[in-house]
Design a protein around this ligand. Structure first.
Ligand SMILES: [Zn+2]
Length: 437
């Protein structure tokens, strides 16, 4: 058995322009779909770094004369160095450094320079500043041009071209590993788990052998006439099959500016409660009404789920609500309780600290950070004890399924179905979905 299997292909897909879906999908390379799951995954070329930019210099940035009258200095901000350090180390005069800072004032603050940012400085034969380009990411940057005594600053934002692509694989350790092993950015794994965050706790249920299929956009920018991959864009369709069941989600925009993910039957994937109160917690203890307590050594029910994570990991409210407790509570240490609709109260214990400004009476949104993982109160290590009560009775948080998002409106159902069937075919399932409505 190969340790990692996966397939991917890029091909053009048609996305109808109903309801204002404006997808600039380009024609990709149609490659034959490798249906054999045992075949090795075709790897993506590595995501481009900032080095792919047209203005990108080589990493050590030698100064290269362009013409006898012009002098070009290029560089990359190194860790622990400021833009001014970097320019000065290349022999740029303090006057020119000042001029750049002055010129960019109000547009870009020198103090926000970060490792990996790139610059490209052009000076004339007398050392006068002609042009300064600063790139903060593969797609964003600033250009400063000196015209007489004036500075002209423009903000640049590269246009990205989306190409629909399919990726599929079998998980051997984690979803993140599987996707990054195929050469795609880990962001795709995070976006995928966010889509299913109301139904699947990926930390809990994902097992080796579980599989996924994702139809998504890969975003490219034009660099000197060549399309250069930047990052994954929107997921158009996603499927997860494993111990947690068979889950499918399709992107659809019922209104021009508002899109969301829907199941094949048209119901929204969004629920009133997220499955987990954080992104990367490791479950160390499940809900168990008759557990032997690890410290007290007595049989005592565990009415929550313990998520171990490093101290300081953000903890989210699993749903919209109002804070009804924020403070110390004996063995629970620093505790936050949030009251939700329909008699539900969620609580988060052993926090190292609370989020800034949070107090009793604060309104919180789903996924809003309410505090940070800690080890306060009675705890053997940094973790959050997460509990949910309904009308005063503890319930297993893993059993909560409370739909909250609106389904596809009736008049859009036929459009949705046509779109769905096309996405499903592209996703590779070719499934027939029985429509009840
Ligand atoms: Zn606990």
């Amino acid at each position: 058995m190969p340790l990692s299997t996966g397939i991917r292909e890029t091909r053009p897909i048609l996305v109808p322009t109903w309801a204002g879906v404006a997808c600039a999908l380009a024609i990709g390379f149609a490659t034959p779909l490798t249906a054999d799951p045992a075949s090795d995954g075709e790897r993506f070329p590595a995501a481009s770094s900032l080095g792919a930019l047209a203005v990108a210099p080589s990493s050590v940035a030698p100064s290269a004369p362009v013409s006898p009258r012009r002098h070009v200095t290029e560089g990359v901000i190194q860790r622990g160095k400021t833009l001014s350090d970097s320019l000065r180390s290349q022999g740029v005069s303090p006057q020119v450094v000042n001029e750049i800072a002055k010129g960019l004032k109000g547009h870009f603050d020198f103090r926000h320079a970060q490792p990996g940012h790139l610059y490209h400085l052009v000076q004339d034969g007398a050392g006068e500043l002609i042009e300064f380009r600063y790139s903060t990411s593969v797609t964003d940057g600033y250009t400063l041009v000196k015209i007489g005594d004036r500075y002209d600053v423009s903000r640049e934002e590269a246009e990205l071209e989306a190409r629909a692509t399919r990726i599929a694989g079998v998980i051997t350790s984690t979803l993140y590993q599987s996707i990054t092993n195929l050469g795609e950015d880990g962001q795709l794994a995070r976006d995928f788990s966010d889509i299913f965050a109301w139904d699947i706790d990926f930390q809990r249920v994902v097992q080796p052998g579980d599989s996924y299929q994702i139809l998504y956009e890969r975003l490219y920018r034009d660099v000197g006439g060549r399309a250069t991959y930047v990052r994954p864009g929107r997921i158009l369709a996603a499927r997860f099959q494993g111990r947690a069941g068979d889950h499918l989600a399709l992107y659809f925009q019922p209104e021009e500016d508002r899109g969301g993910y829907y199941r094949p039957d048209g119901t929204s994937v969004e629920g009133a409660f997220l499955m987990a109160p954080m992104r990367h917690g490791r479950i160390t203890s499940n809900y168990n009404p008759a557990r032997r307590h690890p410290i007290l050594k007595v049989t005592r029910p565990h009415h929550g789920i313990d998520y171990a994570a490093s101290t300081g990991t953000p903890v989210w409210s699993i749903g919209k609500g109002v804070v009804v407790h924020r403070g110390w509570q004996g063995a629970n240490g620093n505790l936050v309780k949030v009251k939700h609709d329909n008699g539900f109260v969620s609580s988060y214990a052993h926090l190292s600290r609370f989020s800034k400004g949070l107090s009793v009476g604060s309104r919180v949104d789903q996924k809003q950070v309410i505090g940070y993982v800690g080890q306060t109160g009675l705890a053997t290590g940094p973790h959050v004890c997460f509990r949910v009560q309904q009308n005063g009775e503890y319930v297993d948080p893993a059993s909560l399924r409370t739909p909250a998002g609106a389904p596809i409106p009736g008049e859009l159902v036929p459009t949705f179905r046509a779109h769905r069937d096309q996405l499903l075919a592209e996703l590779g399932g070719q499934r027939k979905v029985a429509d009840r409505r």
